[in-house]
Design a protein around this ligand. Structure first.
Ligand code: SF4
Ligand code: FES
Length: 365
């Protein structure tokens, strides 16, 4: 059976980034600049994506502005008919360059923000001066009348300020704020002991989002990426494996999710060797957990299996040691108690430090 077309393409243009956020979802082994896809190959990928029915491309990284050809890439994606979303830290994008991106067809900007006050935000980002540059960039985005989302990844150091993030988003002119509880893959898993909030903090943050949503109705959409470690049921990670999106890494490997390369034994195909449509339909990694036939019990006979698709394969591997197992975020998992124990252990205040990607030594959190 031919799978239906994906809706979105995450184009990880580069792993280079001036920031070093401790929750970064990039892999611990970053792709070297010399191994990045060239402009021509990305242009082909965007055309192929549009032809197979993809609607949106998310230009991401690392920091996509580290690519000198970013304007050409935006133009190519736009000319292919894709809705173009730039996911950026703002560093490397002055108002003139942003205006050129808009002229090339950029539709939407998603800006990350680390905290409300500059000292804390810069400490989390591992980059002095980042916060003020982000605020200035946000004004340039709205000045150009670009659609704009503010993204705040929340964790122990900033989770108490979810309402303030929403208010900041409104003040900056965003139409949407994404409150994203940290997902523990990549660098976030490495930093889990420095990032994990307590159960009470998570409960309070979730209640706050529900309380303020109606207050911002018609002015600001509030999206929530839910936390896993204190959950009773998992989220449908990626909307289900190989169902809605694909990720192309800076080196051209095509993944069903950003952490899929942590799963040993999966065979990933590259856009250097294959057409994107063939990778989507036929590559071993995409077919490994597509649909429900691969499921073990209790997912196989569970009424929710077509809603959450058994949760997250990468989390199942990280906690249960088996990517085909039920996600430990589900309370029906034999490893659910282990997940909770990790959360409780790692949220206990203690001396901790952030391991910033690309930095030699850990820094105080
Ligand atoms: Fe989802 Fe599997 Fe849990 Fe059912 S048993 S809720 S399908 S993770
Ligand atoms: Fe890989 Fe969830 S991050 S399936």
């Amino acid at each position: 059976m031919t799978p239906s077309a994906p809706l979105g393409l995450l184009a990880e243009l580069t792993h280079r980034c001036p920031l070093a956020c401790p929750y970064c979802s990039n892999p611990l082994a970053l792709v070297d600049r010399n191994d990045e896809l060239d402009t021509e190959t990305w242009v082909r990928v965007f055309h192929e994506a549009a032809e197979m029915g993809v609607l949106q491309v998310h230009l991401s990284g690392g920091e996509p502005a580290a690519r000198r050809d970013l304007t050409d890439l935006v133009a190519a994606a736009h000319d292919s008919g894709l809705y173009t979303n730039l996911i950026t830290s703002a560093i490397g994008l002055d108002p003139q360059r942003l205006a050129r991106l808009k002229a090339a067809g950029l539709d939407h900007v998603q800006l990350s923000i680390q905290d409300l006050d500059a000292a804390s935000a810069d400490r989390i980002a591992g980059y002095r001066g980042a916060h003020d540059r982000k605020l200035a960039f946000a004004r340039a985005v709205t000045g150009l009348d670009l659609a704009f989302t503010l993204n705040a990844v929340v964790h122990r150091a900033n989770i108490a300020r979810v309402a303030d993030f929403a208010e900041l988003a409104l003040t900056l002119g965003a139409g949407r704020v994404e409150i994203a509880h940290t997902q523990y893959y990549g660098w976030a898993l490495r930093n889990r002991a420095a990032l994990m909030p307590t159960r009470d903090q998570v409960t309070a943050a979730m209640e706050t989002v529900e309380r303020i949503r109606p207050l911002y109705a018609n002015r600001l959409a509030i999206d929530l990426v839910t936390p896993d470690y204190y959950a009773r049921r998992p989220k449908a990670c990626m909307g289900g494996w190989a169902r809605r999106t694909l990720n192309v890494t800076p080196a051209g490997r095509v993944l069903p999710c950003h952490a899929a390369e942590t799963i040993p034994g999966l065979e990933f195909w590259s856009v250097r060797d294959h057409a994107l449509a063939d990778i989507w339909a036929m590559s071993p990694a995409f077919n490994a957990f597509r649909g429900t036939d691969w499921m073990q019990e209790p997912c196989r006979s569970c009424a929710r299996r077509d809603l959450d698709f058994g949760g997250c394969r990468c989390q199942a591997l990280a906690i249960a040691g088996d990517a085909a197992a039920i996600d430990p975020a589900c309370e029906l998992s034999p490893h659910h108690a282990t997940l909770l124990a990790y959360a409780e252990q790692d949220s206990t205040p203690a001396d901790f430090a952030y391991f910033h990607r690309g930095r030699a030594a850990p820094a105080p959190a």
